[in-house]
Design a protein around this ligand. Structure first.
Ligand SMILES: [Ca+2]
Ligand SMILES: [Ca+2]
Length: 184
């Protein structure tokens, strides 16, 4: 059974290959235009920077060069229950310089479309064992965001050679470029 985490909580991931599932529901009628959320991954070294440009994995760069992190593709609507976008991770392939994997969700063209996380419901991040499908953990972002247009859902980090997940849930007003400025 999956462990449900609260904001700030940490939990070990005891699976060499796991999948990060991210879900959300949006109300496009509230803003009159398409509402597209995008999951992105920053793969960081000890200095909290991406270890190379290609270690920023998103809808236009679906796989990290070491083959360890793979975005399965852009979902444009968020319709339906369950995962809207997924990222597969294979820790056996991950570059030895990597110590952290940061998972963010941004709203595509948020400013032009006047959209923010105040209009997003049922956001979650979950992790399951890719091989068996068994749930490992889940974090539902209960926080009511308002003006934020980007949210760090969680991070996966290496501690004493074990990989752990932290439920982050921190939003900001900005977009992918702001995260790039921080992590590049
Ligand atoms: Ca998307
Ligand atoms: Ca959905």
């Amino acid at each position: 059974m999956a462990i449900n985490l609260q904001k700030g909580q940490r939990e070990s991931i005891n699976a060499p290959k796991f999948t990060i599932g991210l879900g959300w529901d949006t109300n496009s009628s509230s803003t009159g235009s398409a509402f597209d959320l995008d999951a992105s991954v920053f793969i960081l070294g000890d200095n909290k920077k991406i270890i190379a440009d290609e270690y920023f994995v998103f809808y236009n760069n679906l796989k990290s060069p070491d083959g360890a992190v793979e975005h399965t593709g852009d979902n444009l609507t968020g319709d339906g229950d369950g995962d809207d976008e997924q990222v597969k991770v294979d820790l056996s392939r991950i570059d030895s310089k990597v110590s952290e994997i940061c998972i963010v969700v941004t709203i595509h063209e948020a400013e032009a479309r006047k959209q923010n996380f105040g209009q997003v419901r049922n956001s979650f991040i979950r992790i399951f064992d890719t091989a068996t499908g068994a749930d490992i953990l889940k974090y539902e972002l209960e926080e009511d965001f308002s003006i934020e247009t980007a949210v760090e859902f969680g991070r996966i980090y290496k501690k004493d050679n074990n990989w752990k997940f932290e439920a982050v849930g921190v939003g900001m007003k900005g977009g992918l470029q702001d995260y790039l400025n921080k992590y590049q």
